[in-house]
Ligand binder design. Structure first.
Ligand code: ADP
Ligand code: ZN
Length: 720
């Protein structure tokens, strides 16, 4: 009899033994279906010695039900799953889950049915039907996805289908993706670019683990360099994974990719439709998908023959996942490359201190692109000290910044104002009684969005219409907005420069690929004079007529004082500054601040990157922060305050007494209430050599918690 040890997808149990029935064959890594109680669960056949579990007597073993028709998880991926679970103190099945497609994708390809508007006029019109007809124009998806898009119930759409307003379309899930052509349109590279590209190409040919830090100033043409490595991998018939920090950036990337390779890459991210997911997953697994561009979740896919990983904008905070398995995709990408024995390129103009440190230590090979492509100069950066250059009453833009914008407008050039705050105002209060609008689920203020006339929580998505009167004192027309968001800045620009054509760029206004595409086309075509945006516009874009960048509030990111505030502020401002003067005309940057003396701001003003990194390294050394020491966090949450507090105290009471591990807290987490859960936090600061994970596992393993308590471990946390 053959025993199988499975990693199963069940929240409570993760390792179970089964037997292989006669006539079935499996290998290590096979994806199977097995009985669990009255239900069926997915499982992956694992090496028994690497997955210790309970020994069940032979007679009690149940047979597995089916081996699913997909290739077994290859050894490097299984090692990656083990490594990730171990390093991030996460359950192994939680990590492995990220590698699995949907049940439907596991079952096979074939075809599926989607629906679209038939164009027929409804005989009977209801408000919901009208909304659906409006929202679903040009869309094609499953009934459930369409219902979600149109914010109506499935029933409304079924009714429309019955009335002939929707028509079914058969979607072939096995239709092949067009082939990328490695030599479709190779550009002439600059000398620096060529040297970098040559190095990458050799590394792809060598097919050995080789981590690179591609450190190039904004506009240096990093993309073109790593495209040559992508081309070589395609020639070698190996797959490529390109990780991008945000889906919003992919539009621009896709266009450049298509221009270079003659066809778009395969996309993988959380907003794909079901049918797209199924098709993409199967193409990834079969090896048909040559180049996959995706968000961090693309990292765990079962690629058939990966030949290269690129992490673009590798410093970006969004590579860090903050729920479920709390991992950093940048770091795991390097580990995956090691297990796959392939090169990995981390590209950035503002690398994380950790990455620079590893390059200095010789772990990463550093490749520099010190100059902008085509001889464009980096922009001149100037400080606007808001203490002496005071904006007009009720305004946020200093006179000098406004004058510079006006000059650009007169010359037909573009300006970009950056403020990393969505909505109209971060806080709304009643002028009569002082009532402040707070989220019922989170310890956060509700943010007024004037365009949609709503108050919204940026943490949990709670929304409510802006009320006519104060809910506390019932005075009408009494609400005042405190502080600026991008919508308010847009109002100010409209007032000061009424003839300017404005574009407001936030995730509220640019929430579909079509809208992003339209914005980019308008900005490139010179149909926009002033862009006002959040971090969405800080990277990836190349607008040749953009010659002025204004940072509305450089101090914003420095408040709150979390671990990476300085680095993040530096990166954001350096990136947005990098949008200026990328064409023929020189660029200028004005940074509004009340703290010109802060190390970050001073380094930016002096254009002295090394000074910033040196100061940051000093500060982190003093604090025992990464990369010189290690941080970890334990976050305890519950729906009741007392339960969360009790559990946090119990953990604090059992803290290890070790010379190289210091425990701070428990204390209420900075977001003490999040999505209806009360949160407490313990911070662990350890020497670099400490075995933090083992310590934490040992520590928490001894404790029991009530049902409603969740304990999450965050290794190398970004925010808490
Ligand atoms: P980075 O990512 O380093 O900021 P990009 O890769 O966006 O820089 O390149 C900046 C601009 O220069 C882009 O518009 C790009 O198309 C252009 N560019 C870079 N290298 C070349 C090249 N070798 N030939 C033509 N255009 C190039
Ligand atoms: Zn909330």
């Amino acid at each position: 009899m053959t025993r199988l040890r499975l990693l199963v997808f069940n929240p409570a149990l993760s390792v179970l033994d089964y037997r292989l029935p006669a006539g079935m064959t499996t290998e290590i890594g096979s994806v199977v279906l097995a009985p669990l109680g009255p239900r069926q669960v997915l499982g992956i056949v694992w090496e028994a010695e690497r997955l210790p579990g309970a020994e069940v007597p032979d007679a009690k073993l149940r047979p597995i039900l089916e081996v699913l028709p997909v290739p077994p998880f290859p050894a490097p991926l299984r090692r990656l799953i083990e490594w990730t679970a171990d390093y991030y103190c996460a359950p192994m099945n939680g990590v492995a889950r990220m590698a699995l497609g949907s049940m439907a994708a596991l079952r096979g390809g074939g075809s599926t049915t989607e629906y679209r508007l038939s164009g027929l006029e409804p005989k009977r019109m209801t408000p919901q039907r009208a909304a659906a007809l409006d929202a679903l124009h040009g869309e094609q998806a499953s009934i459930r996805e369409l219902a979600e898009l149109a914010s109506v119930s499935d029933g409304v759409l079924r009714g429309m289908l019955g009335a002939g307003l929707l028509e079914p379309v058969t979607v072939d899930l096995d239709r092949p993706y067009p082939r990328a052509r490695p030599d479709h349109a190779a550009p002439d590279l600059s000398e620096d670019q060529q040297a970098a590209a040559d190095r990458f190409v050799v590394a792809v040919q060598d097919a050995a683990f080789a981590p690179f830090l591609l450190d190039g100033v904004t506009g240096s043409g990093k993309t073109e360099c790593y495209f040559e490595a992508v081309a070589e991998a395609i020639r070698q018939n190996r797959q490529v994974l390109v990780l991008l920090p945000e889906i919003a950036l992919t539009q621009n990337f896709l266009r450049r990719f298509e221009a270079r390779f003659g066809t778009p890459p395969v996309l993988w991210h959380s907003s794909l439709k079901q049918s797209e997911r199924r098709r993409a997953w199967r193409a990834i697994v079969s090896g048909e998908a040559q180049v996959v561009v995706g968000a961090r979740s693309a990292l765990f896919m079962p690629y058939r023959q990966l030949g290269l990983i690129v992490v673009d904008e590798a410093h970006e905070v969004s590579f860090k996942q903050d729920d479920g398995v709390r991992y950093n995709a940048r770091d795991v990408a390097v580990i995956r490359a090691r297990f796959e024995k392939i090169p990995v390129i981390l590209a950035s103009a503002t690398p994380a201190l950790e990455s620079l440190q590893l390059a200095e230590a010789g772990v990463y090979e550093k490749i520099d692109l010190p100059a902008r492509f085509g001889g464009a100069e980096l922009p001149a950066i100037d400080i606007v000290d808001l203490r002496s250059e005071v904006p007009e009453r009720g305004h946020w833009l200093a006179p000098r910044l406004v004058a510079e914008m006006r000059a650009r407008l007169e010359r037909g050039e573009q300006s970009l104002l950056f403020l990393n705050r969505r909505g109209y105002a971060p806080l709304t209060l009643c002028r009569h009684c002082g009532y402040r609008f707070q989220c019922p689920n989170c310890s956060a203020w509700l943010v007024e969005h004037r365009l949609s006339r709503r108050l919204a929580c940026h943490h949990c998505g709670h929304e409510t219409p802006v009320p006519e009167e104060c809910p506390e004192c019932h005075t009408g027309d009494c609400l005042v907005a405190c502080g600026p968001g991008v919508e308010r800045i847009a109002d100010e620009v409209a007032e000061l420069l009424p003839e300017a054509r404005l574009a407001l760029v936030t995730s509220d206004t640019l929430n579909t690929p079509e809208k992003i595409g339209a914005f980019v086309a308008a900005a490139e075509g010179g149909a926009i004079d002033v862009i006002i945006g959040t971090q969405l516009v800080t990277k990836g874009y190349h607008f040749p007529e953009l010659t002025l960048v204004g940072v509305v509030d450089a101090d914003l990111g420095l408040e709150g004082g979390d671990l990476r505030a300085g680095e993040r502020t530096y990166q954001q401002i350096a990136q947005v500054a990098g949008r200026a003067g990328r064409g023929e005309k020189p660029g200028a940057v004005l940074i509004q601040t009340r703290h010109p003396e802060a190390a970050v701001i001073a380094a930016l003003a002096a254009g002295d990157r090394d000074a910033f990194y040196a100061a940051e390294a000093e500060a982190r050394k003093d604090a025992g922060a990464p990369p010189f020491g290690r941080w970890a966090a334990i976050i305890v949450s519950s729906e009741t305050e007392a339960e969360a507090r009790e559990a946090a105290r119990a953990i604090g009471g059992a803290r290890p007494n070790l010379p190289d591990v210091m425990v701070l807290g428990p204390a209420p987490a900075p977001l003490a209430l999040l999505r209806g859960r009360y949160r407490y936090r313990l911070l662990i600061n350890a020497r670099r050599t400490a075995q933090v994970q083992d310590v934490i596992r040992d520590w928490l393993g001894k404790l029991d918690f009530p049902q409603g308590v969740r304990v999450a471990v965050d290794i190398d946390p970004y925010s808490f």
